[in-house]
Design a protein. Structure first.
Length: 110
């Protein structure tokens, strides 16, 4: 197997209506999971692509297990609201929360 084939992603699945293209062992940054803690194991069954199989829309009886590595925050986004000719200026900041996941395994369900 060449280096190019080894680095090619062979797994595509959905988390909260967003698709992630990766392989086993990769780390993903997804939307925040408020009910999970570091070290928890999460399972997702919305698998769109696995090796040479393509789902219609999903592949049945296939599950992706991910481990929560840690919760992180994004860079701060500044929003400035200005009303012209009124001397009104308002500056707000927002930091989105994300969860860092590591794809641990893909297994078939019976």
């Amino acid at each position: 197997m060449s280096k190019k084939e080894a680095s090619t992603p062979n797994l595509c699945f959905e988390i909260k209506n967003k698709q992630y293209l990766c392989k086993v062992g990769d780390q993903l940054i997804s939307d925040f999971f408020s009910d999970s803690k570091e070290g928890d194991e999460l399972a997702f069954q919305n698998v769109l692509l696995w090796e040479d199989k393509v789902g219609n829309p999903y592949i049945p009886k296939l599950e992706v297990k991910c481990k929560v590595v840690k919760h992180i925050k994004n860079k701060k986004l500044h929003i400035i609201h200005i009303i012209s000719q009124k001397r009104h200026r308002k500056r707000m900041g927002f930091r989105a929360k994300h969860t860092l996941l590591e794809v641990s395994e893909v297994k078939k369900l019976s």
